[in-house]
Design a binder for this molecule. Structure first.
Ligand code: ARG
Length: 459
């Protein structure tokens, strides 16, 4: 197959280099976007009388036919085409003859590929947002069912203070909301048309950049042609936002993995979302959260990879930029798959063990702060109260008893202000319910939180 640029060269490419140079193996992903981009360009060339209206119409029909051929699997772009842009242009020429050679008037593959990638990413960002939204709804459902279920809260992975399980789940809902907000923001910078920047300097052909931008649904256009073909910030921002989504999924995965251990036993996996071991018959493994935690690494890798690819590049286009596609494609797929899997896990794969959760908060010292606060209420300075409770903890640990097992006269040996109502104050349910500050874990606050999420997500 002779190349579009073959006239300038005496001999053909070394076969290995030809394959090394090609991107069709992966940029065929952009086929629909490339056709749409070409249709908009052809229509604009017709309107601007760069080509005749009839010519424009014939080119558009040819391009539409290529789309149908692809959808019917009659056309499958593949090597030895160099990339998706040439593959479509060559097929168009073979379909409609020499007229097809007019399509590339006033544009370059540089602005073409920059446009295709934005169109593709714009669609994927919307899809990922939908998946985040569905996942938030699944989290909300679980949160609604578990307001009165308590879970130990940790700092440094040491028991800190008990929480409402809903409050814990709703913390993730907040994170995924920020992820959605971030993607929306990235979308504003993806949705800008570089088409018409041509190779790097613009073109002397009388094009209408606003028309192609509008045809393709872009909000606005790049105002500097050099920037338009060189910019990959938007892609890096997508990888960065995706990395944060994966970070949040990975933290949640980590919690699920230890919740389902025998040691914690806060939850168990149902058979539809757990896997067995090839050797140990008793095993039920949390492969889903482990895979999500594991796949986080590749998304971080893509972010680092593209940052590094772009960092040393002089303006404007350099072939290095061909390396932007695989990280973007793989990230979109990985994030989407992980969100789907995690949603299924929450919908049907994870059962919280209410009994164990409630028991677990009965058997620790995570109500210590409440004893200090009790003394504060009786007029003792917090620092002093803190020291007194520290001594009570030490005493109880040495006697191998919990606060609730310490008789009142013993409490009084540490401070006279203690009364019978101390026992009421340190019940886990009351401990949780008393944290009524805005954003706190009291049942009333959690109810408010749930209501506000319900209004945001379900109305
Ligand atoms: N396959 C190329 C890419 O993905 C298309 C642009 C090629 N431009 C060029 N001047 N060689 O980056």
């Amino acid at each position: 197959m002779s190349k579009a640029w073959s006239a300038r060269f005496e001999t053909s490419l070394n076969p290995f280099i030809q394959e090394f140079n090609a991107s069709i193996q992966f940029d065929k992903t952009l086929i629909i976007e490339d056709i749409d981009c070409s249709i908009a360009h052809a229509r604009m060339l017709g309107k601007q009388h760069v080509i005749t209206k009839e010519e424009s119409q014939k080119i558009i029909e040819g391009l539409k036919e290529i789309k149908i051929d692809y959808q019917k699997c009659i056309f499958e772009p593949a090597f030895p085409s160099e990339d998706i842009h040439y593959a479509i242009e060559n097929l168009l020429i073979s379909k409609i003859g020499d007229l097809g050679k007019k399509l590339h008037t006033g544009r370059s593959r540089n602005d073409q590929v920059a446009t295709d990638i934005r169109l593709w990413l714009r669609k994927k960002i919307n899809e990922i947002d939908d998946l985040l939204f569905s996942f938030q709804k699944s989290l909300l459902k679980i949160a609604q069912q578990n307001i009165n279920v308590l879970i130990p809260g940790y700092t440094h992975l040491q028991r800190a203070q008990p929480l409402s399980l809903s409050h814990h789940i709703l913390a993730y809902l907040e994170m995924f909301q920020r992820d959605r907000d971030r993607l929306k923001e990235v979308q504003t910078r993806v949705n800008i048309s570089p088409l018409g920047a041509a190779a790097l300097a613009g073109t002397k052909i009388n094009i209408d950049r606003y028309m192609t931008a509008q045809e393709l649904g872009f909000k606005t256009i790049y105002m500097n042609s050099i920037d338009a073909v060189s910019d990959r910030d938007f892609a890096i921002e997508f990888l960065s936002s995706s990395s944060l989504i994966m970070t949040h999924l990975s933290r949640l995965s980590e919690e699920i993995i230890f919740w389902v251990t025998d040691e914690f036993a806060f939850a168990q996996l149902t058979d539809t979302c757990a896997t067995g071991s090839s050797l140990m018959p008793q095993k039920k493994n949390p492969d889903v959260p482990e895979l999500i935690r594991g796949k986080t690494g590749r998304v971080f890798g893509h972010l680092q990879g593209l940052l590094t690819t772009v960092k040393g590049l002089p303006l404007a286009y350099n072939k290095d930029l061909q390396e932007d596609k695989e990280p973007i494609f793989d990230t979109a797929k990985t994030v989407s798959d992980c969100l789907k899997a995690m949603t299924i896990l929450f919908d049907e794969g994870l059962k919280f063990n209410e009994f164990n959760l409630m028991q677990s908060v009965e058997k620790d010292f995570s109500n210590a702060t409440d004893i200090a606060d009790y003394l504060v209420n009786k007029g003792v300075a917090f620092r002093e109260a803190y020291q007194i409770v520290g001594s009570i903890v030490m005493f109880c640990v040495s006697k191998k008893i919990l606060f609730k097992e310490l008789p009142l006269n013993e409490f009084r040996r540490f401070h006279q202000a203690f009364d019978e109502d101390i026992y009421e104050n340190i019940l886990p349910k009351n401990v949780v319910n008393s944290r009524n500050s805005v954003g706190g874990t009291s049942f009333k606050r959690v109810e408010e939180e749930l209501l506000s999420w319900k209004n945001r997500l379900l109305n």
